[in-house]
Design a protein around this ligand. Structure first.
Ligand SMILES: CC(C)(COP(=O)(O)OP(=O)(O)OC[C@H]1O[C@@H](n2cnc3c(N)ncnc32)[C@H](O)[C@@H]1OP(=O)(O)O)[C@@H](O)C(=O)NCCC(=O)NCCS
Length: 179
């Protein structure tokens, strides 16, 4: 596939980001509460960062490195982002996501995660998809559980965020349904 895919779920459309999404990305991802429990969302989220991030997506997909899609909802529009960081030689990918704070608690991350996992096992023929969350971020653990992932362990002080070490839970799901 040359262009990033578009995936439809019951309530959501996961589609490639457009440069015209940049202002909303900056507004949603610029919230410290969203950046707080991620490693990849910069803070503060300066002007131009969203445009550069969006502009990099197609190349990363063409190089088979990443699939990053906007999580959009019919009425609300852009609510978040979801990424598979692909390691094709290992037939695995790491799942990451954020949802804007006004949209938390409505099941959007879980619904998007299920669609990305199905895409990874289907079109990308992956064998394993895994994800991490900081132990102090149990909401993300619920997303992983609701997406069918299995808790595989806890990596002690695995990440630094804001200069503080974080214990990190790791979850995974296998293509053949092995629990
Ligand atoms: C984590 C995040 C993606 C969740 O998005 P969301 O769309 O609200 O997720 P969902 O609605 O699909 O599911 C959230 C679940 O967490 C639960 N939850 C929320 N806060 C919780 C808490 N403090 N403790 C335990 N569970 C919690 C919700 O009740 C829900 O579970 P349920 O459906 O069983 O009730 C969102 O909070 C976010 O973007 N946070 C900042 C960025 C981030 O942490 N990204 C993930 C990095 S690993």
């Amino acid at each position: 596939m040359r262009t990033l895919p578009t995936l439809a779920t019951e309530r959501l459309v996961l589609r490639p980001f457009l440069l015209s999404d940049a202002a909303i990305v900056q507004q949603l991802a610029g919230n410290r509460d969203v950046a707080d429990t991620t490693l990849s969302v910069p803070h503060p989220y300066a002007d131009g960062m969203a445009e550069s991030w969006i502009a990099a997506h197609q190349g990363a997909w063409t190089r088979h490195e990443e699939a990053t899609l906007a999580i959009t909802e019919r009425d609300a529009g852009l609510v978040g982002a979801i990424t598979l960081r692909i390691e094709l030689p290992q037939r695995r990918a790491e799942l990451g996501y954020w949802v804007g704070a006004p949209f938390w608690g409505q099941g959007y991350a879980s619904e998007a995660a299920r669609a990305m996992i199905a895409f990874g096992f289907g079109k990308l023929s992956l064998q394993r998809i895994y994800a991490h969350h900081m132990v102090r971020n149990p909401a993300s653990g619920r997303v992983m559980a609701k997406a069918g992932m299995t808790h595989e362990g806890t990596l002690r002080r695995h990440f630094y965020r804001w200069g503080i070490p974080e214990d990190v839970a790791i979850w995974g799901i296998l293509a053949d349904g092995t629990p």
